[in-house]
Design a protein around this ligand. Structure first.
Ligand SMILES: [Zn+2]
Length: 412
């Protein structure tokens, strides 16, 4: 059983043309859910599913599933896939490798002499990247029953267009069901978006846990005043207080990560008011992103950030507010899926490495509905969400081979 690397490459390159952007370096695309480039990408995908003999369904939020049911395969389906939407000026592998890798794996299994007891379903979820309607992983949250289709369809973009209208405009407001509860197991192939595989020179990562994420909003109120006439000891400078907090929070995250490697903390967004050269800043709003595969590590970093803020408030004569506004717990990948992936790859002579995922994926939702696993392919220099995102075609082939081997093990 050997995947056809040229056929996979042709599919990914054809898909890369939809929403292609002009860039000096690399290959980029911008594909938001429900747009014309998204319609073309979906049409092409559906055409390729049908050419491979799969029965295609589209659900009400635009999730696409193609099912291959060979004779005798009457148990619950094994499903696999990813997403075709992108971030602005995103890369050509983030999502499409998992979608077209899934299709290539099925075509490879079709050509091999194996008897399956489970059908295989190839899936494309709507709006994983969350650039238009929701915060991300929209279609998978509905398929896994974590969000109702009705509420998803009412989500609007910045122009006030709702998801239902956008999907009907491109012809993907389906009437079928794509339900993760019906799947016996799920495996997603995705690019790593980090450089651990490249560094270790291993072609396939088997994910243990998808990170938990907390976002906090921090507000510091000082006193806005004239930068020339307010003496240094009369000030309540919100931005200087914020600066001290940022450095302190970085220390907290560094200390935590020295104990537990996956712990990371970032102040990624800051807004100072009035943001003028000659005015002592009166107010700062900051947003923290805190992640770890250990929920206790996240809690501890949140506690320490709050304590640091309290200390700074007392020492600098500013008032502060701290809100934990977004919180998702870490999700463990299913033991059976991980073991099958390792052993199927070992039997095929493909080396694997266990690793966590520091980013969200559709698999996070699917794991709530069925046994779920996540495989990674190497990302050159760890770059993603950029036209410089790259995975060598040979690496795409090997990772897809790993997916095919895993699917056969699960489906027989
Ligand atoms: Zn992705």
């Amino acid at each position: 059983m050997n995947v056809d690397g040229d056929r996979l490459r042709e599919d990914i390159e054809t898909n890369a043309a939809f929403g292609a952007v002009d860039v000096e370096q690399g290959t980029g695309r911008t594909v938001f859910a429900g747009t014309e480039p998204n319609r073309r990408a979906r049409d092409r995908f559906v055409e390729r599913l049908k050419q491979a003999g799969l029965d295609v369904r589209v659900d009400s939020v635009g999730n696409i599933a193609g099912r291959w049911s060979p004779p005798g395969a009457d148990a619950e389906p094994i499903a696999t896939g990813s997403h075709l939407d992108s971030v602005p000026r995103g890369g050509i592998f983030d999502g499409p490798l998992g979608v077209y890798g899934a299709l290539e794996a099925v075509r490879t299994i079709q050509n091999a002499d194996v008897e399956l007891t489970h059908p295989i379903e190839v899936v494309c979820f709507t709006e994983e990247e969350g650039q238009r309607f929701a915060g991300g992983t929209l279609g998978s949250s509905v398929a896994a029953g974590n969000r109702s289709a009705e509420s998803a369809l009412q989500l609007t973009d910045d122009a006030g267009t709702d998801l239902e209208t956008a999907l009907s405009e491109i012809g993907y407001n389906g009437t079928d069901r794509v339900d993760a509860d019906e799947w016996d197991a799920w495996i997603e192939l995705h690019i790593e978006q980090g450089e651990r595989l490249e560094t270790a020179d291993v072609p396939v990562g088997v994910v243990t846990t998808i990170t938990g994420i907390t976002h906090c909003e921090v507000t510091i109120d000082g006193e806005e005043n004239h930068a020339g006439t307010t003496s240094m000891d009369e000030r309540a400078d919100a931005l200087s207080a914020a600066g001290e907090f940022i450095v302190d929070f970085e220390r907290v995250a560094r200390e935590r990560s020295s104990e537990e490697r996956t712990a990371v903390g970032t102040v990624g967004k800051i807004n100072a008011e009035p943001n003028a050269t000659n005015i002592v800043p009166g107010r700062v709003e900051m947003n923290l992103d805190i992640r770890s595969i250990e929920y206790g590590s996240i809690d501890e970093m949140v506690d320490q950030a709050q304590r640091s803020l309290d200390r700074i408030a007392a020492e600098r004569n500013v008032s502060t507010a701290f809100e934990r506004e977004f919180d998702v717990r870490p999700v463990s990948m299913d033991e059976r899926c991980r073991e099958v992936a390792h052993s199927a790859c070992e039997a095929a002579g493909i080396e694997t490495l266990e690793m966590h995922s520091g980013a969200f994926h559709d698999t996070m939702h699917v794991a709530n509905a069925t046994d779920a696993g996540l495989l990674f392919a190497p990302s050159r220099n760890g770059v993603s969400h950029s036209p410089r995102e790259w995975t060598d075609w040979d690496d795409c082939s090997v990772a897809t081979q790993a997916l095919a081997e895993t699917l056969v093990s699960l489906a027989t």
